[in-house]
Design a protein around this ligand. Structure first.
Ligand code: ATR
Length: 284
């Protein structure tokens, strides 16, 4: 029997997960196809019911805009997914769906393996307040970061993420995402993380940076979760400011590696996945 895993999202034109996950299954000689399950909101319940009823369906990745809806719909939640309030990985077994969030572990593994950075004691600036920001806050709380400033276009959403941080013992403040508000904090950040889609190829804010170079301390590490292009306008600003940079491809691959292990109970071939992901980006 050929097993099936898919990515659930809408739209999915630009996803590179199918390429690097398929490379991993191939490398481990597993008879699994990784498919693109492009799903509008009104079809999500039907897709999940199909997964429960289909023995060859092993599970799925979940991406924008379904991470919160799948969180509500699964039969069992892993504690990390419960803490984040979003599911990015589903495992289907015996007619039941279990929800996980591998963004937290993916973020932390990328930080330690790709940047050798430990957020313990760090003062952090977090840009954005969506599902990815929630995963980053849970990860930062786990590592003992000292403080996080959450800056978002919609202030009310930043406030909700600040409450999440506080509930995990991480001191937080929320501000609007604009230069003046950022300057008024008077803060010097050790670590800056962008979880907004600003700067993403094919998006409305392509070619824009969420932060001017003048606001980036030279001693900071700037981590852009946007992975296409590999050097985003934010990372260009960070380089101009003399800061260290990390591209989002690392987190994408590490969260995918953790998902692979959940489906297969095998160690993920991270190097092969990284090579396939880089190649897929070049071809995109
Ligand atoms: P994800 O699950 O990837 O975090 P999301 O929940 O859609 O996706 O969140 C996207 C984030 O990018 C939000 O913080 C959003 O700001 P709002 O909360 O104000 O919507 C931010 N974002 C997207 N496009 C933006 C833009 N052009 N300017 C500023 N912020 C933007």
């Amino acid at each position: 029997m050929t097993y099936r895993v898919g990515i659930i999202g809408y739209p999915l034109r630009h996803s590179i997960s199918p390429t690097f996950q398929q490379a991993a299954f191939r490398h481990r000689s597993l008879d699994v196809v990784y498919e693109t399950w492009e799903t509008p909101a009104e079809s999500l319940k039907r897709l999940l019911a199909w997964m429960r009823a289909t023995p060859e369906a092993w599970g799925a990745n979940v991406t924008v805009p379904h991470k919160e809806a799948v969180f509500e719909a699964v039969d069992r939640l892993d504690p990390t997914a419960a803490a984040v309030g979003a599911v990015n990985t589903v495992v289907a077994r015996d007619g039941r769906l279990s929800g996980y969030n591998t963004d937290v572990g993916g973020f932390l593994r990328a930080l330690s393996h790709a940047a050798r950075f430990d957020p313990a004691g760090a003062r952090v600036l977090l840009l954005g307040a969506g599902g990815a920001a929630r995963a980053v806050v849970v990860a930062l709380a786990q590592t003992g970061a000292a403080h996080v400033t959450i800056a978002n276009r919609t202030l009310a959403r930043a406030e909700i993420v600040a409450e999440l941080a506080n509930s995990h013992g991480l001191a937080a403040q929320s501000i609007p995402l604009d230069g003046q508000a950022l300057r008024e904090t008077g803060s010097t950040w050790d670590f800056i993380v962008n979880t907004t889609s600003i700067g993403m190829r094919h998006s409305a804010a392509e070619n824009e940076s969420p932060l001017a170079a003048s606001l980036i301390p030279s001693g900071a590490l700037v981590y852009d979760l946007v992975y296409n292009p590999p050097i985003t306008p934010l990372l260009e600003a960070a380089l101009a400011a003399g800061a260290r940079t990390l591209s989002g491809l690392s987190m994408l691959v590490y969260q995918g590696a953790e998902s692979f292990t959940l489906w297969t109970e095998m160690e993920a071939p991270v190097e092969e996945m990284m090579t396939a992901a880089r190649q897929a980006l070049e071809d995109a």
